[in-house]
Structure formats: C-alpha cells, structure tokens
Design a binder for this molecule. Sequence first.
Ligand code: NAD
Ligand code: TYD
Length: 361
Amino acid sequence: MRTYLVTGGAGFIGSNYIHYMFKKYGDSIRIINLDALTYAGNLENLRDVEDRGNYTFVHGDICDREKVSSIFAEYDIHRVVHFAAESHVDRSIEDPDAFVRTNVLGTAVMLGCAKAAWEEPDGSFKEDRKFLHVSTDEVYGSLPEDPNAYFYETTPYDPHSPYSASKASSDFLVKAYMDTYKFPANITNCSNNYGPYQFPEKLIPLMINNALQGKDLPVYGDGKNVRDWLFVEDHAKAIDMVCEDGRLFETYNVGGHNEKQNIEIIHIILDVLREELSEDDPRRANISEDLITYVTDRKGHDRRYAIAPDKIKKDLGWYPETAFEEGIRKTIKWFFANEDWMKNVTSGDYMKYYESMYKDR
Ligand code: NAD
Ligand code: TYD
C-alpha cells in the first residue's frame, strides 16, 4: 500500500487534498497527516475521514526533527506532500520570523528526514519515492498589467513579501536537494486557491463572511490588483497528477486561467449571495454594495499574478476544469451549509486578529 505523508493536512488546501485522495483512491492508499494545528489548522476540516483505518493524524511541528524522523521510522513513506506553511501575506508583514521558521527551517527538516529515510548506501534513492513541495506563484514577484505577460516555470524569482521570500527560500532548498543529491522531488507553484474550508483571513471567505453579517468589505488600495483564482479541487487534482506522472526534478505551474481584479471578485460574491439566499433569509437585507470600503493599501502589494499553465497541460494533460462562476457558487453554497464551521473559526482569536489587522486601515 502506498503511504503518503501529508504536512499541513488540517489547513485549507491540505484538507481538500486529503478528501480528494480518499475519494479517488479509497482504501488503496494510507495517509499520515502531520500538522501543528496553528490558528489555520482545524481538525473539523477532516471529520469525514478521521475514522478511516487508512488515515492517521499526527500532532506535531515540521521543525521538530525528532518527531518527523520518528514518522519516517514508523511508516514506509512513498510520497511526502508538503503543504505545511505560514500562508498569509498580511501576517508575514507583521511577523516575518514565524514565516522563516516554518517555511524555511520546517522545509529543511522535512527534506533532511526524507533524504535520510530514502537514501541507499550508494547515494541513490529507493524506488517509487517522491517529495512534492507545494509552493506559490508569488515567488515570481509581480506582473505588469500587460494581459500578455504571464508567469512561466522559467520566470526568474523576485519575491517581495516576507511570505513569498520564505516560500522562495524553501523552493531553493528543494532545488538544491534535487541538484546536489538527485533527491526525487517536484515543485508546484500555484495561483490563489479558493473553495471550501478556506480560513476567512483570505479575500474570498473574508468577503463572504463579512457580507453575510453586513460588515464592511475592506478593499486594499484601489481594488484593481489582479489574482488568478484556482478552485481548490482542481489544485488537488494537479498535485495528484504531478505525484503520479510528473517528471522528477521538474517544476509545474498550476493556474486557474482566471484573472480577476479584487473589486470584480467582490461584486461577483455580492451577486451570487443575492441569488443564492432565499427571499425570506434575514441575511439578504445585509447584502449591499454600500459595504465596500476602500482602506489603506497592503505594504508592498503585488499588482498582478497570472500563470500560463501550459507545461502541466502539455506534459500531464491537467487544466483548470472549474469555471469561476461554478466554483464561487459551490464555495458560497458550502459556506451556507457549514455555518457552524464559520462560527467556530471566527470566534475568539480571529476577532482579535481582525481587530488588530483592520482597525487602523
Ligand atoms: P493554511 O494556512 O490554510 O494551512 C496551513 C496548515 O499548515 C495548517 O493546518 C497549519 O496548522 C499547518 N502548519 C503551520 N505551521 C506548521 C508547522 N510548523 N508544522 C506543522 N504544521 C504546520 O494554508 P493553505 O492555504 O492550505 O496553503 C497550503 C500550502 O499551499 C502552503 O504551503 C502555501 O504556501 C501554498 N499555497 C497556498 C495558496 C492559497 O491560495 N491558499 C496559493 C499558493 C500556494
Ligand atoms: P489574499 O487572499 O490575502 O491572497 P494573496 O495576498 O496571497 O494574493 O489577498 C488576495 C487579494 O485581495 C490581494 O490583492 C489583497 C486583497 N485583499 C483585500 O483587498 N482585502 C482584504 O481584506 C484581503 C484579506 C485581501
């Protein structure tokens, strides 16, 4: 049985990936989920799978070398799918060190432990082993507004935020392992994900949650920054395809072919909320364009991200299947059906975070 060690599986993309994998492979794989359960990790995201015999949760930190190597000692790991990270740009501006620790040091520990477990005495690696490092398009910096400019796998790295600088550093560590040791790995750099289980510090769930409560919708700067939105299930599929068929040592960019300005996203969310809320739902009265509030811009705010996912399409046949109109509707319906999830993640510490991040904007 092939065994996957997923890091950060209790977060947004990791939990969607675990659901995707069990739906696709059922009992024919085993998944070990290593997660420190930071503010972004939530075991509620995995309620549906926690009783499976082929799923194990390990509470631990990727920076804890002893813990990570004990997992490699206990299980014969075939794939490491490395999601665990500090992932929010605004938080990285406030506290860069946390990002260096988890994203850089944590990746170094994961690489070191995987190498120690997989390396043969002659320096080659056991068969059918791969480390898939999940990264971001933000490592490439910011694109001009020219609609023909895209990020490619060959685009030079030019990170700007502490978050993207820490992810770039982690990518370089993976590249160094591949170049130096022929360590079996792939890197994927994807665009902005959206979908179920996304923590409401990120644009889309934050706007959905605020609009439903009639709270201000804080738009940074002029609202015209562009992101390339990718439905999370399409991303999970891409990761699986790279794990299965990606050529070793390659990088694959994964994008949604779906560029939109932030302000466009907010208008779409308001329209879809109005369409999906029943006539007698009291929250309907809250939904209004008047909630849109322009606030002080994010420091160092990248203007535009856009991926041309040509390589992964040509080599592996992957493309983003979910149109934004369909994906955002599915996402909004998921949030309607999971009101308690939102209530739970926005109580306590989230309120403090929101207060401190938005009060002086
Ligand atoms: P997330 O913040 O929702 O989840 C991160 C998970 O990692 C959480 O479960 C958290 O508890 C865990 N974690 C954090 N520090 C840890 C540590 N030291 N040890 C063990 N676990 C730890 O993040 P996400 O949005 O699911 O992103 C997953 C990965 O995808 C990240 O590497 C991120 O850089 C990358 N990525 C995300 C996006 C996006 O749009 N969300 C886009 C591109 C790339
Ligand atoms: P975010 O979801 O934080 O993702 P990233 O910064 O990694 O791309 O932000 C997406 C875009 O939305 C980005 O241009 C910043 C903007 N934004 C707002 O305008 N208001 C907000 O409250 C948030 C969280 C983001």
